[in-house]
Design a protein around this ligand. Structure first.
Ligand code: HEM
Length: 495
């Protein structure tokens, strides 16, 4: 039996594909399927289905640099991986290509797969300690408080284009909103959001800018941790620093980076994918308006059909093991094919079949590493779309659905733009939308009375954020666009 460690597959049907066929173009050495490049990104779902037909629930594939990996396409097989952390460990230091020195630090897959001290790369007791700190700190955010920030920022963004009658909803709304809310969550000044968002996108997309973008994020968050030690606030950075698990500064920094990268692009994708479906499927919009489908149920349907992360790292075999009919060798990497698993014929009658609000999709995975921020992601998505559709109820696409452009990487597929038009509106007065401070819960999850309420709280929170920002703005004023290859080191720039 062949393995990703020593690929020698003869993928007969791929070899026979006609010239120009994406399947043919995506074939790597020995005919093993590349999971990257134009051949793979043209039609990822089609690619997953071909792999499923060819290999079953687990298929050999190649990552950037033609690094071998296993792609798990089966729903039940993903559960076997995610719920067996002893057999499939997250600590990738034992991964064979690392150990053989085959992946350089400048490889585009290095920032995603390189071991780090955050909970994603840990197992057992270490994972529980770190994940406990993340869970309990995220639980301290009052969800209603966060929803009001979503409303506030949503209206502010709509105000910028409401009078135009046209907008590009991805760039002008879906990419901005989660980032603005995340600056509140992380404790960052909102003005810094766009650069960090762009850097985290480069990281997730895995371009050649991924490495410099990663360094930029690390330095910005190092500055944030230092500031929050001096001036704690009501935010994730301060709560992680103060958590009884006593995280080191390096651990705090890596978890802030993790949340930034894991939360923003995913929530953007979920907003825009849900809007696309609302615009392009009249029956879907009709169901929403007719009250047959609620917006949360519609979001769940999109999570089944178009997960924000299509593929995510799933672990490294701690021993030789059989999975889905394949012989996995010790040290091999397994990738979770979340989009493929959600469409697995073993658990779904047909791709796109209505799921009626069922939440058992794998878009947040499962097991000990299942996404701890999923309710925050859902809250930003649902509230953000509610605000948009209530302000601009006749919002419609300016293109035909099949004219929309998509872009895909190994890890995700996303729309390039979502151009819309609507009846122009004037800016509205919304004095009542000024949100209170996000509110707090105790570290054990028991609600605490919010320390500050109403206008005082907002003034106080704003003052806290702006004085923090003033300090950082001075410190960061020389930083450049993280995507231009310029790296931030110790507050200075170097090329
Ligand atoms: C719709 C939006 C989101 C989607 C689709 C999503 C999806 C995911 C996925 C697939 C994972 C990987 C789980 C694994 O490794 O098995 C993950 C992990 C994670 N997510 Fe999310 N996420 C979303 C929003 C958020 C938000 C808003 C936050 C924080 C505020 C967040 C924080 C995290 C963290 C900390 C992890 C690492 C957990 C661990 O390894 O133990 N995510 N997310």
């Amino acid at each position: 039996m062949t393995t990703p460690s020593e690929p020698s597959h003869a993928l007969g049907s791929l070899g026979a594909a006609p010239p120009g066929c994406p399947a043919h173009a995506a074939g790597g050495p020995d005919g093993v399927q590349r999971l990257y490049g134009p051949g793979a990104s043209a039609d990822p779902m089609g690619l997953y289905e071909r792999l499923r037909n060819e290999h079953g629930a687990v298929a050999p594939v190649l990552l950037e640099g033609d690094v071998p990996a296993w792609l798990v396409l089966g729903y039940n097989e993903i559960l076997q991986v995610t719920r067996n952390p002893r057999r499939f460990r997250r600590d990738g230091r034992a991964w064979s290509p690392w150990q053989r020195g085959e992946i350089g630090t400048d490889s585009p897959i290095a920032p995603v797969l390189r071991w780090g001290p955050d909970c994603t790369h840990q197992d057992g007791g270490t994972h529980q300690r770190l994940r406990g700190a993340v869970n309990e700190s995220l639980e301290r955010f009052d969800r209603r408080g966060l929803r009001r920030y979503v409303q506030l920022y949503g209206h502010q963004l709509i105000d910028r284009f409401a009078a135009e009658g046209r907008a590009e909803i991805l760039a002008q709304y879906a990419q901005q909103l989660p980032m603005l809310v995340l600056t509140v969550v992380l404790g960052l000044p909102e003005e810094e959001g766009p650069r960090l968002v762009e850097a985290s996108r480069q990281l997730l997309i895995g371009t050649e800018k991924a490495v410099s973008a990663d360094r930029y994020i690390q330095q910005a968050l190092t500055d944030l941790v230092a500031t929050k030690h001096a001036t704690p606030g009501h935010d994730l950075a301060s709560w992680l620093i103060a958590h009884p698990a006593e995280l080191t500064d390096e651990e705090v920094l890596h978890h802030l980076r993790l949340v930034l990268v894991a939360a923003n692009e995913t929530t953007t994708n979920l907003i825009v994918n849900t809007l696309r479906v609302v615009f392009t499927h009249p029956r879907f919009r009709g169901s929403l308006h007719g009250g047959r489908m609620t917006l949360p149920a519609a979001v769940e349907q999109v999570l089944w059909d178009e997960p924000p992360i299509s593929v995510c790292p799933g672990g490294f075999a701690s021993d030789d093991v059989e999975l889905g009919g394949q012989n996995i060798r010790k040290g091999d990497i397994l990738l979770l094919g979340l989009a493929a698993a959600n469409a697995d014929p073993a658990i779904r009658p047909a791709p796109g079949a209505p799921m009626h609000g069922n939440r058992s999709h794998l878009s947040f995975t499962s097991g000990p590493h299942e996404c701890p921020g999923q309710d925050i992601g859902r809250a930003i998505t649902v509230t953000g779309i509610e605000v948009l559709l209530s302000r601009l109820p006749d919002l419609r696409l300016t293109l035909e659905p099949d004219e929309l452009d998509w872009s895909a990487s190994t890890w995700s597929r996303h729309l390039v733009a979502l151009p819309v038009e609507f009846t122009p509106r004037t800016r509205t007065e919304r004095v009542s939308l000024v949100p209170p401070a996000p509110g707090r819960r105790s570290a054990r999850g028991r609600p605490r009375p919010a320390p500050r309420v109403g206008a005082d709280a907002e003034e106080s929170a704003t003052a806290e954020r702006s004085s923090f920002w003033s300090t950082l703005r001075r410190r960061w004023s020389r930083a450049e666009d993280p995507t231009d290859g310029v790296e931030r080191t110790g507050g200075r720039r170097s090329r």
